[in-house]
Design a protein around this ligand. Structure first.
Ligand code: TYD
Length: 204
């Protein structure tokens, strides 16, 4: 069975490392899998990625729709067709990022953000969202303290709000069912990979 698995966390949480590790594990077991990331994953998405990361002076609303324009393209062009073909999709970020960053971080209305996400995805929800939780200080430390883009340059306070945005989504998800896996992102890499694998295996 093909599953749709998303990796989430603040910058420097280690989610991209874990997404790659799971992808390698699936491939080594000859399980059909695809690894993608947001923003990006399509030619349009990669162009928009450069805009949202590098252009100064983007308004929060502009960000919201640029991320969702990239997402709409990715869902239609890549994610849905793959799932339909029985390919398990691993995504480094998805709608929970927009809720955490553009609503909790940038202060946009949550209902507006949810509606934009819903519109861009046509309601396609992940089977599992893996959230690697680290403090903003740990995240920043891992990024080496270098401001490489608009988001790295944001103050620690911004990342505190973003993390809170993730934690609130975790709380809400508890009411819906076991579709989030929350892990302490400061644990050793190999241990995290095993815990993720234990949760993913039954989905495949
Ligand atoms: P990226 O280099 O992919 O960061 P990371 O490797 O840490 O995931 O840059 C993506 C940035 O865009 C990241 O700082 C989070 C931000 N972002 C949003 O603000 N909203 C979104 O909906 C998405 C997908 C990303």
């Amino acid at each position: 069975m093909a599953a749709f698995i998303v990796f989430e966390g603040i910058d420097g949480s280690g989610k991209s490392t874990q997404a790659r590790a799971l992808y390698r594990r699936l491939v080594s077991r000859e399980i059909l899998a695809l690894l993608t990331h947001e923003p990006g994953g399509t030619p349009l998405g990669e162009t928009l990625r450069r805009w949202v990361k590098r252009r100064p002076g983007l308004y929060p609303l502009t960000e919201l729709y640029l991320f969702n324009a990239a997402r709409a393209q990715l869902v239609e062009q890549v994610i849905r067709p793959a799932l339909q073909d029985g390919v398990t999709v691993l995504a480094d970020r998805y709608v929970a990022s927009t809720v955490a960053y553009q609503s909790h971080g940038r202060g946009l209305d949550l209902t507006l953000v949810n509606q934009a996400n819903q519109g861009a995805t046509g309601g396609l929800a992940p089977d599992l969202t893996v959230f690697l939780d680290v403090s903003p200080e740990v995240g920043r430390g891992r990024k080496g303290g270098r401001a490489r883009d608009n988001f790295d340059a944001a103050p620690v306070e911004f990342y505190r709000k973003v993390r809170q945005g993730y934690l609130e989504q975790v709380e809400q998800a508890k009411e819906r069912g076991p579709d989030w896996l929350v892990l302490d992102g400061s644990l050793p890499r190999a241990q995290l990979a095993e815990e993720i694998w234990a949760k993913v295996q039954p989905l495949l």
